[in-house]
Design a protein around this ligand. Structure first.
Ligand code: AMP
Length: 292
């Protein structure tokens, strides 16, 4: 049975109890509307920890003024059942005033890593993410926290923040979970019309072609990047960015660069009014749709 907690004090007490008994806490921060990608993170955490906390909080500070905060799907009852099934011990589902108490004045930000890709397209987004993740980690205490590589830049930003703030937390990354046709699972996929859902297949296909080109020896940043962009555009998707970047610094390669042993190919597109992101680390990740 999973217990649903609503306050930071309850969460801290539950986690203290786990640690006092010699156990390890696993944390999976989410915005809810859980799908198989989230549940794979819960299973990952359950293998690394004796008790798993799934947090469900649609964090207002990481949404821009014209984004989908209001209409973001909220399905707490279903999420609690799915979390329990996947091995969670606790669900932490706070109200907005619990995480942002009246009069709050504090934000956490990470420079550099947040400048490009989603940081450029969504000003303030990462500051919202790092602020809420810091609060969740503070309330949880020492733990292993699992994040998806689907949000690769977010994973790198959180890893950096945890090191910089000396937080007593281990960050684990989990591979992107995909539909059978390669499209990455996302809570936002349910917004897609059937035509846009079909167009979205071009995203993993473009990533797959880049993995194959890279494996065949292609190292020209401009070729890897522009081929992916062309494939996505020709499917009728509107490109926000298709960027080839250093996978550690998240610094984009210049058009004339040759990439090294690893390169992040990160994509954000608009399909209708829905924004979708995906990525692959060339030289590190398997081709989307070709997982063993
Ligand atoms: P979200 O609820 O979208 O904020 O995501 C919560 C966590 O689940 C983040 O660490 C995401 O990277 C991760 N996640 C979301 N979708 C996927 C996916 N398809 N595969 C793996 N992890 C995912």
């Amino acid at each position: 049975m999973v217990s649903v907690l609503h306050t930071a004090l309850e969460l801290r007490a539950a986690c203290d109890e786990v640690r006092a008994a010699g156990g390890r806490v696993g944390l999976v921060p989410t915005m809810g509307s859980l799908h198989a990608g989230h549940l794979a993170l819960v299973e990952h955490a359950a293998r690394s920890a004796s008790a798993v906390v799934v947090t469900i909080f649609v964090n207002p500070t990481q949404f821009g003024p014209n984004e989908d905060f209001e209409k973001y799907p909220r399905t707490l009852e279903r999420d609690v059942a799915a979390s329990a099934e996947a091995g969670a011990t606790f669900v932490f589902a706070p109200a907005v005033v619990e995480m942002y108490p009246p009069g709050e004045r504090t934000r956490v930000s990470v420079s550099g890593l947040t400048e490009h890709l989603c940081g450029r397209s969504r000003p303030g987004h990462f500051e919202g993410v790092t602020t809420i993740v810091t609060k969740l980690l503070a309330a949880t205490g020492p733990c292993v926290a699992v994040f998806g590589r689907k949000d690769y830049q977010q994973l790198k930003v959180v890893e950096r923040m945890v090191r910089d703030l000396l937080l007593p937390v281990e960050i684990a990354g989990h591979p992107t979970v995909r539909e059978a046709d390669g499209v990455a699972l996302s809570s936002r996929n349910q917004y897609l019309s059937s035509e846009d859902r079909a167009r979205a297949r071009a995203i993993p296909e473009a990533l797959r072609r880049a993995v194959e080109g890279f494996a065949a020896g292609e190292r020209a940043a401009s070729v890897l990047r522009s081929q992916a962009e062309r494939h996505i555009t020709s499917a009728g998707l509107h490109v926000d960015y298709v960027t080839l970047a250093d996978p550690d610094s998240i610094e984009p390669f210049a058009e004339g660069d040759l990439v090294g042993e690893r390169a992040l190919l990160a994509v954000a597109v608009h399909a209708g009014s829905t924004r979708l992101i995906d990525n692959v680390v060339l030289g590190e990740d398997p081709a989307p749709g070709a997982e063993p």
